[in-house]
Design a binder for this molecule. Structure first.
Ligand code: ATP
Length: 742
């Protein structure tokens, strides 16, 4: 890290806007200020840099307050043809040097990042020319002999190699999936077919993920064109789907979709084919700029904050000779990667598509993209598309524990993928109680139609575990219904029961079947998975509520204590604090002491005396058994002595409701596919492992259930290691200025 803190950094957003850019700008500004570094915003992208004047302005801590929830970018963005010319870049260098800026955080797409790199490479010659022209003096030239840049990828397309997610992609997916959900309901009423066109010229991410999340029938993406006979295939598939119980048909088309010869497949062409061959009333919806708009999702706010924070660290440790880095997310962690290598590989995908080398294009997108494409195709096709195995197996699906949005999505995926493998799929209604009572029925492809988008749990779930005495009845039910394998989708209770069944298998041989647990809990407190299904939906529900609470309080001097769920796990509290810009969070992992509360009151008083109008605190429901939400509110009110008033909001079951978020739907589908693979494999091998599945550093992992107790804190019902605890310093850094900084 540089020791000279008289440096100035610049931040700009460039190219197409993307939701989450504001969170990134806020994080850059606040992280820089916390390190005592001055930070300038360059308004309107490179155009502002070329124009100079008041388009380059220093930003204070408060300038970036209350922007997290806003779509677009408050510092503006533009496409700037003149920056592509040396003359434009010369003017840009002159303007930056006027403010002593020689370090830049560039937030934009591959074009913007390419431009930044060119600027960096040319910098020395630009500076020399400015000296020659007499625009700057020698000393300035010496002081700023090199330009250092760090890139953040702002692009709704999620098209950049080197980061798993780009800023804005998750929010765009929200917009698309909301639209598909809305279209589906009207399409189903009239038994219509809809073609939905989404953005993505060279990248099928939005199309594929929205097709999975929206439960669409067919998808066309640029990286993997359909077979030559695609028109017929598509029509057959849609016809079969209708015959199997669908009331609507949805085809998702990426704007860059093409056929094998590279000829474009437009949404209108798809409509024409469907109309001609199926005689269906087919409508086209082109979503367009709706996808860029609206409030950023919780994920985009959190991720952009994390990468913005890391970008400042990266930028300040850069040297004139070090390779510029791009900061993104890889495997659920903030990671750096060589900027130009990422840009080059991104261009390579587009090149491969243009050369019709689709196998290579898919390979460059990564294995999980290919995997999700295969999974989508296996789910969309009705009836089963593979030859059934020699001995069809009977797999049962049930839920256990509290409700988590995404349970239906997981059950649907499991049923369809199980059928695709030739299994008989059984649904247990009413969780373990249903198993005891024999409420078990065969599920067909059409029975789970529409479940991808549905909140709640169609199969039902309860928090009732079988007692020791009831284990015999469980064993009998498994035998009676000839259940060969069990998929339990649920939370802590589901895991506990699965562990119990595994432990009792010597006493009850019926339990010697493969059993796998799929994490579904808004609390995100399950072992073996960094994220469980439902947590992202709950987080979005909380963040939306917090946005409203903030708006409601704008006219008064008010402190809010908002209580969120999570049981003994502070994930929702921390992440919602990060996404909403809370001043303080109370986590069960840290507890709350009287000393903490006293310091908080002092901070509040100081803040309100200094002109603050709102103070947001988020308290996990079990942060402290004695210092309840009510107690804290009374304490703050009393100690505030009328300087501010205090309100509480206990969000309650709002957090468990609602349709699952796109992320939860995609995760549910991905994990369910692996569960079906696992059960099939175990049965083929003749083994009967007990396991739980999850996502660890971006990879699907399966862990043995009998080792579960090694990795959990049984008393507090949470994993002993929680990856997100490392994010606390960033949250705190965003909440208030560091004492020793500006
Ligand atoms: P999006 O993915 O939304 O299109 P982008 O950053 O790729 O974003 P571009 O229009 O390609 O968008 O680039 C934005 C701006 O970056 C351009 O208007 C131009 O000012 C600058 N830029 C892009 N490519 C270059 C280049 N090769 N040299 C110099 N400047 C460039």
């Amino acid at each position: 890290m540089v020791s000279n803190l008289s440096i100035s950094i610049g931040v700009l957003t460039s190219g197409g806007d993307a939701q989450g850019m504001n969170a990134a700008v806020r994080a850059v500004v606040r992280s820089a200020l916390n390190l005592g570094v001055a930070v300038h915003a360059i308004f309107e992208g490179y155009q502002g840099m070329v124009d100079g004047g008041d388009r380059i302005r220093s930003l204070s801590w408060d300038d970036v307050g209350s922007i997290l929830h806003r779509g677009g970018t408050i510092i503006g963005t533009a496409r700037c043809p003149v920056f592509r010319e040396r003359e434009g870049r010369l003017a840009a260098a002159r303007n930056l040097l006027r403010h002593g800026i020689d370090r830049l955080v560039v937030i934009g797409g591959d074009g913007s990042l390419t431009g930044a790199n060119l600027f960096r490479q040319e910098w020395a010659s630009l500076v020399a020319e400015l000296v020659e022209r007499g625009d700057i003096d020698e000393l300035t030239a010496q002081r700023h002999s090199a330009l250092m840049i760090t890139g953040l990828v702002g692009s709704i397309d999620n098209d950049m190699v080197g980061t798993d997610m780009t800023i804005g992609a998750d929010s765009a997916l929200h917009r698309i999936v909301e639209a598909i959900d809305a279209i589906t309901s009207t399409a189903a009423s009239h038994q219509r077919t809809f073609v939905v066109e989404v953005m993505g010229r060279h990248c099928g991410y939005l199309a594929l993920m929205s097709a999975i999340a929206g439960g669409a029938d067919y998808v066309l993406i640029p990286e993997s064109p359909p077979s030559e006979n695609w028109e017929q295939e598509m029509c057959d598939l849609l016809r079969n789907g209708r015959a199997a119980g669908r009331r609507d048909s949805i085809v998702v088309v990426a704007e860059g979709a093409c056929d094998n010869a590279g000829g474009p497949i437009s949404s209108d062409r798809v409509r024409q084919v469907l109309q001609d061959r199926l005689g269906e009333d087919t409508r086209v919806t082109i979503l367009g700029h709706v996808q860029r708009g609206g409030t950023p999702s919780a994920f985009d706010r959190c991720m952009s904050t994390l990468v913005g924070h890391a970008a400042v660290q990266e930028l300040l440790s850069a040297t004139p000779t070090s390779e510029p880095q791009m900061v993104g997310m890889r495997y659920n962690r903030v990671r750096q990667a060589p900027l130009m290598q990422c840009v080059e590989q991104t261009h390579a995908v587009a090149r491969k598509i243009a050369e019709h080398d689709y196998a290579k294009a898919m390979e460059l997108r990564g294995s999980s993209f290919t995997e999700m494409f295969q999974t989508f195709k296996a789910m969309a096709g009705a009836p089963p598309s593979v030859i059934p195995p020699a001995r069809p197996r009977r797999l049962a699906v049930l839920h256990g524990g509290g409700l988590a949005p995404g349970m239906n999505t997981a059950a649907r995926a499991a049923v369809r993928l199980g059928l695709d493998r030739g299994h008989t799929m059984l649904g247990v209604r009413g969780s373990f109680e249903g198993l005891l009572a024999g409420r078990i029925e065969e599920l067909s492809w059409g029975d789970v139609e529409g479940w991808a988008a549905m909140g709640g749990a169609e199969l039902g779930t309860t928090r009732q575990a079988p007692t020791v005495e009831q284990l015999y009845t469980v064993a009998r039910a498994l035998e009676t219904y000839r259940i060969d394998g069990l998929l339990i989708i649920g939370g802590w209770l589901a895991y506990r029961v699965a562990h119990n069944l595994y432990s009792e298998r010597e006493r009850y041989p019926a339990f010697k079947i493969p059993i796998i647990c799929l994490p579904a809990s808004i609390d995100n407190n399950l072992p073996g998975s960094e994220l469980s299904i439902g947590a992202d939906t709950a987080l979005n529900a909380i963040v939306e509520a917090l946005d409203r609470i903030k708006q409601s309080a704008i006219a008064a001097r008010r402190c809010f204590v908002v209580e969120v769920m999570g049981r003994h796990c502070g994930y929702l509290a921390l992440m919602s604090g990060l996404a909403s810009g809370a001043e303080r969070i109370y986590l069960p992992e840290e507890g709350v002491s009287l000393k903490d509360l006293q310091a908080d009151v002092e901070r509040m008083i100081e803040g309100f005396h200094g002109g603050r109008r709102f103070y947001l605190t988020i308290r996990n429901e079990r942060a402290n058994a004695q210092y309840t939400t009510d107690f804290m509110c009374r304490l703050f009110e009393e100690e505030g002595h009328g300087l501010f008033d205090v309100r509480q909001a206990i969000l309650g079951h709002v957090q468990q409701g609602g349709n699952p978020s796109p992320f939860d739907r995609v995760l549910a589908t991905r994990l369910a596919a692996h569960c079906i693979d696992f059960l099939t494999r175990e049965l083929e091998r003749g083994s009967a492992a007990g396991a739980y599945i999850g996502l660890v550093e971006g990879k699907v992992m399966i862990s043995p259930i009998n080792r579960m107790h090694d990795v959990v804190d049984l008393e507090h019902r949470r994993p002993t290691e929680q990856w997100w605890m490392d994010l606390r310093p960033v949250m705190l850094g965003m909440a208030r200025p560091a004492a020793d900084a500006v």
